[in-house]
Design a protein around this ligand. Structure first.
Ligand code: GDP
Ligand code: MG
Length: 278
């Protein structure tokens, strides 16, 4: 379904990550807090084999805070909710990483190994915020970018405070493509390009989800009512009419309406919404 991930590309990414992993103590797996499961790479566990993984649910500022709480209970202490745009939660990451490595740090100390830096790598599917995260995380804590000789040429380590080092290039993982529901959720959040899924169809499904889960948001944003029993395409028409998206002949320009609705959803104008619950 997602044309940018043909098998050759996947094999290349897989090898690249495997190679980098040798140097890494903890993998930071970025997912989208609005769709924590759908935005996970299907092979993350086998890809990272024996390395500890800390799941960072990014864009938590766009997700429903009540649903974030449910996910936090579901994941337990293996996940954190953060926002790479506001910086929320970023300061707690280093403490969490040390917690995850507690046994290893203790073992090392008993053997007299101290002062080793803890090496981190970011992985995640497209558009979850990897670049934004690296930017924010390193600005908060970076002292310098080190070009380390001896490892793969050109590999850059960002030296952070408290003895952390972060690989400056993220591992770009492929999303799940076998499940249509998952593909739709990825498309709503912008992880899969619209060319792959018809935007009107996408909008209809989104409106039906909102009708069932967040009806007040539709009411407030689009000033429409009596849509609770309507189908997605009928709600699109209602909104299109309200907004005056009319073509000559008096028909509603549903394509334009769908594009605007999706844009507004992605821009956070419908408020904080989670598309997936535990
Ligand atoms: N609201 C919000 N937007 C974010 C956050 N993190 C990233 N973004 C936005 O998501 C989009 C993709 O981010 P980017 O860092 O390029 O993702 P990447 O493809 O994983 O590197 C950009 O428009 C970012 O501004 C976040 O925590 N909150
Ligand atoms: Mg990027």
């Amino acid at each position: 379904m997602n044309i940018q991930w043909f098998p050759g590309h996947m094999a290349k990414t897989r090898n690249l990550i495997k190679e980098n992993l040798k140097l890494i103590d903890v993998v930071l797996e970025l997912v989208d807090a609005r769709i924590p499961l759908s935005s996970k790479n299907p092979e993350i566990l086998s890809l990272c084999s024996n390395k500890p993984i800390l799941t960072l649910c990014n864009k938590s500022d766009l997700a429903d805070p009540c649903v974030n709480k449910l996910w936090q209970e579901y994941f337990g202490n293996k996940a954190m909710f953060i926002s790479s745009s506001s910086g929320q939660g970023i300061n707690q990451i280093s403490g969490k990483v040390k917690e995850l490595l507690h046994d290893k740090i203790q073992r090392d100390a008993e053997r007299g190994i101290t002062g080793r830096s803890i090496k981190l790598m970011i992985v995640g599917v497209p558009n979850v915020g990897k670049s934004s995260f690296i930017n924010k995380f390193s600005k908060k804590a970076a002292t310098q970018v080190a070009d380390r000789p001896g490892v793969t040429r050109g590999k850059q380590w960002i030296r952070l405070s408290e003895g952390f080092e972060l690989l400056d290039t993220p591992g770009v993982l492929w999303p799940k493509f076998d499940d249509e529901e998952v593909a739709k959720r990825l498309a709503y959040t912008g992880a899969i390009k619209d060319v792959i899924i018809d935007i009107e169809e996408l909008c209809h499904y989104l409106l039906e989800f909102l009708r069932d889960n967040y009806p007040d948001r539709i009411r407030e944003r689009y000033k429409i009512s009596d849509f609770e029993t309507l189908k997605g395409y009928e709600i699109t028409e209602l909104i299109g009419r309200k907004r005056g998206f009319i073509v000559s002949g008096g028909e509603i320009n549903t394509e334009r309406a769908a594009a605007v609705i999706l844009d507004e959803f992605r821009g956070g104008m419908l408020g904080r919404i989670s598309l997936e619950r535990p």
